[in-house]
Structures are given as C-alpha cells and as structure tokens.
Write a protein of this length. Structure first.
Ligand SMILES: Cc1ncc(COP(=O)(O)O)c(C=O)c1O
Length: 406
C-alpha cells in the first residue's frame, strides 16, 4: 500500500472536501445541485471582459514559449503601475513575481520563507489555503480572532497577544474570504504597527480588492507602513472573472533592505516551475489599465450588488439565521442560532442539507473557526436561483426545528 507523505497528514482544504465529493456523486446519479460553494464566477455567467479574452486569443501565437520565470516584463510593469495607484511606494518590476494564480504564489512564498515551527498569525475564520500552505512548509498557523459583532474586524489586541519569539508573519485577507469584511486604514495601521514593533513580515491577500460595495474603499496594508517588509497578493481570478486562466501576482514592498536572500529564494522556486501561464500574462496589462467592469457589477442595479442584497435580506428573514451585509468579496458567512439549531458537527449539517435539499454550502469549520454554527455560501447565482436555494435552506431548517434530532 502506498501512503501519502507524512507532511500531508494535517493538510485540509474542505472547500473541495467530502461534501463536494458527495455533490459530484449526486450529480452523476442525475440530481441537479444548486452550488453555493465556490467563488468561481464563470459557471454563474459572470464572464471575463471580452477585451481580455480577445487579447489572449490575438496574442496566443506569441505565447508558446516560456517567459522569464518572474513573468513577462509588460505584465510586471502593469502590476508596478497598479502598486503606484494603490500608494505602495518604491515598487519596480524587479519586486514583482507573476504566478499561476495567487494560490501558487502563496505556496511559493510560504515555501521560501517559513521554517519548521515558525508561527504565522492567520485570521480565524481564514481562507484555508493559507493554513494548508503554512502547515505544508512545516510552520504553525496561529489563529487570531475576528469579531462577528464588529463586522468581523480582526481583534488587534488578540493579534498582539499571540506574537511569540517564533512568529514570522501576520496574514491579512482584505477583503476577507469568508466574511466579506473590508478593513479600515486605522485597523490596518494598527496591525502593521505590531509587525513593525516585532519585526514581522506582512502577507496581504487582496484578491477581492476591487469587489467592493456601498462605496467602500480598499486600502492596501503595504501602503500604510513602508517600514515593514510586505508581500501583497492579487490576480485575475475575481475582479476580472478569469479564474480558469490562472494568473496572479506578488508585490514585495516596504523594507526591501531587510529582504536578504528572499528574492533569490523566490527566484529559485519560480525557476523550478519555469514560468507562469504565458497567455494569461498577456491579459494583465489590459485588465489593470482602463475602465474596471467589476465596478458596474458591484454598484446599485449591478448583478453582484442586487444578489448580495437579496441573499442577505432573505437569509436574515429565516428564524435563527443571521448574516452581515458584506462590504466586499462574494460570500456570506451565515450564523445559525445555537438555541434554535444546536449543531454538533457542521460537516454533517452541510451533508444533510445537500442530500435532502440538493444545496451545496461549505461548513464554517472548514475556515478554521472553532464554532459549528456557521456555513458559507457564494451570492454568485442569479436571483431566481438564490431564491430557490434560500427557500430550500429555510425548509431544511424548519424541519430541523420541528425534529432537532434528525
Ligand atoms: C482569499 C483568496 N485568496 C486566494 C484565492 C485563490 O486565487 P487564485 O485563483 O488567484 O489562485 C482565493 C480563491 O477563492 C481566495 O478566496
């Protein structure tokens, strides 16, 4: 019997876990499923701007060779200009690495930086790829609390109290997946101050930085404190609806003089995978320059705006269900009142919801949260589909109220 490497033992990624596998089995058996589990826009007919698709098609012939391992000059230059727009100082194209999505760059950075037993401060709830990548690198995720009664803002005191001699970095996911929280400049300044005081690195996952509602502004933590070495991650998957093209970038900024051999380590890892997907890199300049089509989708009458409002209103109308109206991203992190719905195992809860009502959600514990009372949905489906899905969730919960042991 071949066994996986021991390093795989504690690696979890429940967004595509057992409940998703059951959904696939049910679909194969002919049951249509309403999928509310993954932030993948194209299946919901939220497509990339045509200009991006055309530019890739037009340049495909010239994308046959490997590019520089750090990425195409023109793509990195476009990212450099984006850094300038975001107020991140001192960035040249040399400080930018292109990757096969943010996911690959998370893996590269954690492999290059995290030593065995190093601690990385990670939000709870988190986007679980970060916990998995830190663990795979031999490090230890240490969770800081985010406060559900304060729009899920990170608790700065909790972050400070969890810094130890082993802490290497603080991660912020802003806008946040799964909570949709967008962090204020004051909050980011306070977090960056902790990093500066204790000479920690900052990792900032900003893949949803343009998916913003209600005129909320996004601030990059790299822009608020240039004295900290900061790693900022972003890409084409969300704002540009091009997740399948696999394109992302990493900006290293701030205390570059403290970066030592980190650039060399990252270049080695980048060279080992030769280069990032070249056709998609050809779309980065087009994407970042000019008008941003995501804005209309997030403004009143835009699909994402209207779907968010619909889902928030209808979920909150179910007895014992509550959810914040998120300021960013594309998720609702839904709370179930433990008095009405005491849930012992939220994986079982999601599995039963799937089997009974054919609605696929992600259990909250999959986001490294020490509570069974949450699940996450995307608000990407059109309103009719959201209506159907939320009605089924309401029916499921009503039955549970009537017969809590089933
Ligand atoms: C917070 C966060 N970071 C990174 C990713 C992955 O992005 P990419 O498609 O660029 O790998 C996701 C995907 O859902 C995400 O939610």
């Amino acid at each position: 019997m071949v066994t996986p490497a021991t390093r795989m033992q504690n690696i979890r990624y429940d967004i595509r876990g057992a409940v998703q596998q059951e959904a696939e089995r049910l679909e194969k058996a002919g049951h249509p499923i309403i999928r509310l589990n993954i932030g993948n826009l194209a299946p919901y007919e939220l497509y990339a701007p045509q200009e991006i698709v055309s530019d890739i098609a037009e340049n495909l012939f010239h994308a046959q060779g490997y590019s520089h391992s750090k990425g195409l000059f023109q793509a990195r230059k476009a990212v450099m200009q984006e850094a300038q727009r975001k107020g991140i100082e001192g960035v040249t194209h040399e400080h930018i690495f292109m990757g096969n999505g943010v996911s690959e760059l998370i893996s590269l950075v954690t492999q290059a930086i995290v030593n065995p037993d190093d601690e990385v401060l990670i939000p709870s709830p988190d986007y679980p790829l970060w916990s998995a990548a830190v663990t795979l690198a031999g490090g230890k995720p240490v969770y800081y609390q985010c406060d559900p009664v304060n729009q899920w803002a990170p608790n700065v005191k909790d972050i400070a109290s969890k810094v130890t001699a082993k802490t290497r970095a603080i991660l912020v996911i802003n806008p946040n997946n799964p909570t949709g929280a967008v962090y204020s400049k004051a909050l980011l300044t306070a977090i960056a101050d902790i990093a500066e005081t204790h000479q920690l690195l900052l990792f900032s996952d900003e893949i949803y930085d343009k998916v913003l509602f209600d005129e909320t502004e996004h601030v990059s933590i790299a822009a608020v404190n240039p004295r900290v070495l900061c790693f900022t991650f972003n890409g084409l998957s969300k704002a540009y609806r091009a997740a399948g093209f696999r394109s992302g970038w990493l900006i290293i900024s701030g205390a570059i003089d403290q970066a030592g051999d980190i650039f060399n380590a990252l270049e080695t890892l980048s060279s080992m995978r030769l280069c990032a997907n070249v056709p998609a890199q050809l779309a980065v300049q087009t994407a970042l320059g000019g008008s941003q089509s995501i804005e209309a989708l997030c403004a009143p009458e835009g699909r994402l705006y209207e779907q968010r409002n619909f889902a928030v209103e209808h979920l909150n109308a179910i007895p014992g269900v509550s959810v914040n109206s998120p300021q960013g991203a594309m998720y609702l992190f839904v709370h179930l009142d433990p008095e009405l719905y005491p849930i012992e195992n939220d994986q079982d809860f999601a599995m039963q919801l799937l089997q009974q009502e054919k609605v696929l959600v992600v259990p909250g514990s999959g986001f490294n949260l020490a509570s069974n009372q949450y699940f996450r949905i995307v608000f990407l489906p059109k309103i009719d589909d959201l209506h159907e899905a939320i009605s089924r969730i309401a029916r499921f919960l009503k039955e549970r109220l009537a017969a809590p042991d089933t």
